[in-house]
Design a protein around this ligand. Structure first.
Ligand SMILES: NC(=O)c1ccc[n+]([C@@H]2O[C@H](COP(=O)([O-])OP(=O)(O)OC[C@H]3O[C@@H](n4cnc5c(N)ncnc54)[C@H](O)[C@@H]3O)[C@@H](O)[C@H]2O)c1
Length: 434
């Protein structure tokens, strides 16, 4: 099948590559010429495990192409995915300018029946608006469907190739059949299509992401209570999770959620609820608890060292909003490092993949170490902010030797608190009295 994916970011590049890997002819379109130039040279602008190899293989086979020519790509394709960003606007709603620009361009280029797929996370009613924008320029047949994406950064290729479910919101049997054909190769053992009307599909994505955000905020609130009453949040988590009704995912206390999705999707759902005079207390609280969680962590540092951090050096392990990605968008590390700098502290950071984006945020305001241990040199303490695998079993003797004082603030509860005490560390984590 001939497919184009408009927007070659974390979602579009992964989706386009995986669709090409299933034998489709795919054109990935972007208007960022620098990004396209890199891709043409075989340089992948984002980090996702397994992505680079898959891109190379599919480019070599001639199934995957990159282009800035949206019109040409649309003309050649039967299915056109819109996967551009929908960032947060000032009032909390999703900023729809990129999606609507693309819809207009599709309207000007379309030359026959096509399925236009909203893959971006968009508010209820967007498919209708996309349809109207295309219809302004074109009076032939086409359908607009909603196909929200559920991949997780850090495991995006795997998630796309083996999805838990594929939600298709469609009011046209013809378009539904084409979408099923697109995704059938991804379901070799069991079909996991969830087919519904367009508005319900648009809503499903916000409902799912906000639920996960609420789970994380709940875990954090419980951890804070544990800390106050002397219970151990890690034991409480394990005790809770063994109940099948609760499950084990998204209940790790820490620094709260970040990234380009949960914060903005929670805000957008909140705005939708307000605009429609519906209740929104739970959704609003998820966001408030999340912001507060970072402040609580910063206060632990200020409690130990005082408000004036000048003369103090902080070694930071992990900058990205989660492991296995280079994405720094809305990362808790941004809030925490900015607070340290505002209070006069010095930061020596290490992250396996996040430096390029980090340098655009802090430039020379912080030091970028070549290894996790180099970041510790002469530092007063270590802060663990992202749970990369390589931080799980470090050489604690070496850490102790390199730090001025053996103090670790662990925002991700990576180590056994009892053992850390035995090793001679002052270990300050989340959800345990310290
Ligand atoms: N990142 C995730 O984990 C994730 C997961 C599920 C859903 N989503 C949703 O998918 C959408 C895309 O997210 P992302 O993280 O991939 O965004 P991104 O910012 O990484 O990528 C968006 C791309 O669209 C391009 N673009 C913008 N306007 C364009 C235009 N007119 N023509 C061609 N290209 C254009 C940009 O240059 C950029 O490369 C968002 O709605 C997001 O909420 C993201």
């Amino acid at each position: 099948m001939k497919i184009c994916v408009i927007g070659t970011g974390y979602v579009g590049l992964v989706a386009g590559t995986c669709l090409a890997d299933m034998g489709n002819e795919v054109i990935c379109v972007d208007n960022d010429l620098k990004k396209l130039e890199m891709l043409e040279k075989g340089i992948v602008p984002i980090y996702e495990p397994g992505l680079e190899e898959l891109i190379k293989a599919n480019v070599m086979e001639g199934r995957l192409k990159f282009s800035s020519d949206l019109a040409e790509a649309v003309k050649k394709s039967l299915v056109c995915f819109i996967a551009v960003g929908t960032p947060q606007s000032e009032d909390g709603s999703a900023d729809m300018q990129f999606v609507m620009n693309v819809a207009e361009s599709i309207g000007k280029a379309i030359n026959g029946y096509k399925v236009i797929v909203d893959k971006s996370t968009v508010p209820v009613g967007t498919a209708e608006k996309v349809k109207a924008a295309i219809s302004k320029h074109y009076d032939g047949e086409f359908d607009v469907v909603s196909n929200p994406e559920f991949l997780k950064q850090g495991a995006a290729v795997d998630d796309f190739l083996k999805p838990d479910r594929v939600v298709i919101g469609s009011d046209s049997p013809r378009a539904t059949a084409i979408m099923q054909e697109v995704y059938a190769p991804f379901f070799r053992t069991a079909s996991r299509f969830v087919i519904m009307d367009v508005k319900s599909a648009e809503m499903t994505k916000y409902a799912a992401n906000s639920f996960l955000a609420i789970k994380i905020s709940y875990a954090n609130e419980i951890a804070n209570i544990c800390e106050a009453v002397g219970a151990d949040a890690e034991m409480v988590r394990i005790g809770m999770c063994s109940d099948k009704r609760i499950g084990s995912q998204f209940l790790f206390p820490g620094l709260g959620y970040g990234g380009s999705c949960f914060p903005k999707d929670v805000k957008a759902l909140l705005k939708t609820a307000k605009d429609n005079n519906c209740g929104y207390r739970l959704i609003e609280s998820a966001d408030e608890v999340n912001k507060e969680q970072r402040v609580i962590f910063i206060n632990k540092i200020l409690h130990k060292y005082g408000q004036n951090l000048s003369g103090k050096t902080f070694a930071v392990w992990g900058l990205t909003f989660k492991p296995k990605t280079n994405d720094m968008r809305m990362s808790p590390a941004i809030t925490i490092i900015n607070a340290l700098l505002e209070h006069g502290g010095k930061v020596q950071a290490y992250d396996p993949k996040g430096f390029e984006q980090a340098k655009t945020i802090w430039k020379d305001k912080i030091t970028y170490a070549k290894s996790s241990y180099e970041a510790l040199e002469g530092a007063d303490c270590m802060l663990l902010l992202t749970e990369w695998n390589e931080f799980r079993r470090p050489d604690f003797d070496k850490i102790k030797d390199m730090l001025k004082t053996p103090v670790i603030f662990d925002g991700r509860n990576q180590y056994d608190a009892e053992r850390m005490k035995q090793r001679g560390f002052e270990y300050i984590c989340v959800g345990r009295k310290y």
